[in-house]
Design a protein around this ligand. Structure first.
Ligand SMILES: NC(=O)c1ccc[n+]([C@@H]2O[C@H](COP(=O)([O-])OP(=O)(O)OC[C@H]3O[C@@H](n4cnc5c(N)ncnc54)[C@H](O)[C@@H]3O)[C@@H](O)[C@H]2O)c1
Length: 371
């Protein structure tokens, strides 16, 4: 991948697309980082963009209803904070125009569209990175350091129980918990396991008192290539004794175990009962963490952990869980990837991207973490 290196004597120039709820979070993150400069803000609703820019620290920044209506110098980065259904169109247009892309999760609504974006990133020679903001917490970084001392991981568990009343699209989705929330924990399990998933079994259900139309609860078992297992047990309809938004974690490794409530300082113990102290650093957290990782890659090289080829596996685990819940069977990741690859090839309209997809053989060799 050939990446432009932004010289050290100027900030990284960013155009943001999407000025809704999460768009405002990103505007605050950009305003707080002197290493980046917002040069334009786009939203289908121009008044929404104007208001968000003015209220979140970017008064006077040009706004428009589409990127090509913004009269600005080409930016280094397009930050995609649109709704998931617009992610593929916005990210692929930006890659074609030669920009690096930082996208909100999910990469795209389907694995097939995710594969198309991975190929588009290759054709453009530009990075496409997904911000999985729940990978960036200081206490999580401390947990990673503890696990590094405990050796190979065998079992990971996450209990996630909350009772949010969002209103809006989440209450109408078929699989709100799996698609909108569990992608964070499934993504984090890949990271902590240090291995890629091979199969998924899932049962989803909806409590009788649920205020969601789709299934608000799910039990998921993921098997990894290393042999490790991840069990996720979660609900968005679980009032009382709620867990943190990251969920409550337990990790079992060869040399001991670790627990993290998803919020405070993690606790780890070696098999002889001695504690592994938590070393808490000062890393930037959440969206600021994802942004800092991308800026470092643009300035010095390197590949952020949310790079599209790696991230598409998190989308694939979610798709496998949804399929498993629907069909009542264990689903192999290879099956999901092969079906998505066939769909991507059939649906791709950009000839260069289609040729690039065709050159992948097999698809499993190009996705997931770098070997
Ligand atoms: N990481 C997290 O914890 C987290 C939390 C919330 C949302 N998100 C993600 O952030 C993204 C945005 O979510 P949100 O809650 O801000 O949604 P939202 O509906 O509040 O805002 C989306 C905005 O994008 C605009 N938009 C849609 N299509 C567009 C297009 N083609 N061009 C320009 N603008 C367009 C809409 O007009 C709207 O203002 C989603 O992908 C969501 O999953 C992530």
């Amino acid at each position: 991948m050939t990446n432009p290196t932004v010289p050290p004597n100027r900030p990284v120039r960013v155009v943001q697309v999407g000025a809704g709820g999460m768009g405002r979070t990103w505007l605050r993150t950009l305003a707080a980082d002197p290493d980046v400069e917002l040069v334009g803000l786009v939203d289908l609703d121009e008044a929404t963009a104007r208001r968000a820019a003015d209220e979140e620290g970017h008064a006077g920044v040009p706004v428009a209803t589409a990127y090509d209506r913004l009269a600005v110098e080409p930016p280094d980065v397009l930050l995609n904070v649109t709704v998931p259904g617009a992610h593929h169109a916005v990210s692929s247009a930006a890659l074609r125009a030669g920009m690096t892309v930082l996208s909100e999760k999910p990469l795209a609504p389907t694995v097939a569209e995710g594969l198309s974006l991975a190929a588009a990133s290759e054709v453009a020679g530009r990075l496409l990175v997904v911000s999985q903001s729940r990978r960036y917490f200081r206490h999580l970084a401390a947990l990673r350091r503890q696990l590094a001392e405990l050796g190979p991981v065998a079992s990971l568990g996450c209990a996630f129980f909350r009772a949010p009343h969002f209103g809006g699209f989440r209450e109408e989705m078929e699989q709100p918990l799996l698609v909108d929330m569990a992608i964070h924990q499934l993504d984090l399990a890949r990271d902590l396991a240090g291995s890629e998933p091979v199969s998924v079994y899932c049962e989803s259900h909806n409590p009788a008192w649920s205020w969601f139309a789709g299934d608000a609860s799910a039990e998921v078992v993921v098997a990894f290539a290393s042999g490790a297992r991840f069990t996720f047990s979660g609900s968005w309809c679980a009032p009382g004794l709620e867990t943190s938004w990251n969920g409550r974690w337990r990790v079992g490794a060869e040399g001991g175990s670790a627990v993290w409530d998803g919020d405070g300082v993690p606790v780890a113990e070696r098999l002889d009962g001695t504690p592994v102290p938590a070393v808490v650093g000062e890393e930037p957290e959440e969206t600021a963490g994802a942004l800092a990782e991308l800026v470092a890659a643009l300035r010095h090289g390197g590949v952020p952990s949310g790079e599209v080829h790696a991230n598409v596996m998190s989308l694939a685990v979610v798709e496998a869980a949804v399929l498993s819940a629907r069909d009542g069977r264990r689903v192999q990741l290879a099956e999901v990837l092969e079906a998505a690859y066939a769909t991507a090839l059939a649906d791709e309209r950009d000839a260069a991207v289609r040729e690039r997809l065709r050159s992948w053989s097999p698809v499993h060799d190009v996705v997931g973490r770098p070997a």
